[in-house]
Design a binder for this molecule. Structure first.
Ligand SMILES: [Zn+2]
Ligand SMILES: [Zn+2]
Length: 371
């Protein structure tokens, strides 16, 4: 990663104003409208936006000066490299926006919607969280959930127009939804794209809107959606169901449904990645002589051999009885921690036996290093 000061070509003690000026200069040079199709320029443009985002923010700049890139790690937000160009424009409205006139047409270069109006005409995404039991996670499951979402309006089949009347192509923009203006300035040819005001960027005009949806072409409905949950998912994992979100207006495509998974607490097992743990309690004679116990697993009970002479706290492993890894053949293990039960209630005969045992075994306490 390059040094932010170097990217903007300013010294470490540059004031806010010179940083702003330097950024304008770099941004103009690599602006996508002037370097169409040039990936290298686009990268440089984004890099400059990222540098400016840090150095223009007093607090972030201070952290950057102190700790370098690590101090302003943008991994949570993704940084500018992952940003859409339009987002860069909208986050620096103070520099690029408005103004108009003075200084040589900056507003013309960066102004307005850049033709995003048409792309935005897609239904919104929906999110939901699905809480699963460990058994469901182990085996995978099919869930049916009810969600409220925009669906295509039936009376107008999504067109938004009432009766026979079909939406007509907007004459102002010839259906493109945007108005392009080419200007010449000292920077060269500049293309300014604005959404068409006549059709609000839709590209079509509905003269007689449908009464059910008021021309939107969609209505909100409660629907059932089947969700195929793969086995092995963890809390925080998510799955995108493409096209299962909100319908877009006027027969434009649907958004996605994003399903987040959560895990319900189990009354026996504790999960650690793909292994599951549980405590098992055996009596003293079994610890001495060994034996066999029936152990619950996520797929029913299995027999576990307890070796003779097992110590309290020892862990026995049931291989492959844990959670499957997502999309793999391998399972985690089930780990059984063996503890020795100490009875708090006992019959007269047991008391007698234990007292006999005490006489035989009594050698006081022994010690070993703590672990
Ligand atoms: Zn139009
Ligand atoms: Zn309708």
């Amino acid at each position: 990663m390059r040094d932010y000061y170097e990217i903007l070509g300013v010294s470490k003690d540059a004031d806010a104003n010179s940083i702003k000026k330097a950024y304008r200069k770099v941004a103009m040079k690599y602006h996508p409208d002037k370097n169409q199709g040039d990936k290298g320029a686009e990268e440089k443009f984004k890099e400059a936006a990222e540098a400016y985002g840090i150095l223009n923010d007093g607090e972030k700049r201070q952290r950057y000066d102190q700790f370098g890139h690590a101090g302003v790690n943008q991994s949570a937000g993704g940084g500018f490299h992952n940003m859409d160009m339009n987002d860069i424009f909208s986050s620096f409205g103070d520099i690029f926006g408005g103004g108009g006139g003075g200084g040589g047409g900056f507003g013309d270069i960066f102004g307005g919607g850049r033709g995003r109006s048409r792309q935005q005409r897609r239904g919104g995404d929906l999110k939901l969280t699905l809480a699963l039991t460990l058994e469901e996670i182990y085996a995978g499951s099919q869930k049916t959930v009810k969600i409220k979402r925009f669906e295509s309006c039936e009376p107008c089949s999504g067109s938004g127009a009432e009766g026979e009347a079909q939406p007509s192509t907007c004459s102002s923009c010839q259906g493109t939804g945007e108005i392009r203006q080419v200007q010449r300035s000292f920077l060269g040819q500049i293309v300014n794209v604005q959404p068409c005001h006549h059709c609000s960027g839709k590209g079509t005009i509905i003269s007689n809107p449908c009464k059910s949806c008021r021309g939107d072409g969609r209505v909100k409905n409660m629907v059932s959606v089947d969700i195929e949950v793969p086995s092995g998912v963890s809390r925080g994992n998510y799955m995108t169901m493409s096209g299962d979100g909100n319908r877009g207006p006027n027969n434009t495509s649907s958004g996605d449904l994003v399903v987040y998974f959560d895990e319900k607490e189990h009354d026996l097992f504790v999960r650690d990645v793909n292994d599951i743990f549980l405590d098992c309690w055996i009596d003293y004679p079994m610890a001495v002589f060994g034996g066999s116990v029936e152990v619950p697993t996520l797929a029913g009970k299995v027999n576990l051999k307890v070796p003779a002479g097992i110590k309290s706290g020892q862990i026995l492993r049931l291989k492959g009885k844990g959670i499957p890894e997502v999309n793999r053949q391998r399972n985690g293990d089930e780990l059984v921690k063996v503890n020795i039960k100490t009875p708090s209630k006992y019959s007269k005969s047991v008391r007698k036996l234990l007292e006999g045992l005490r006489k035989e075994l009594d050698d006081g306490a022994t010690f070993s290093k703590f672990n």
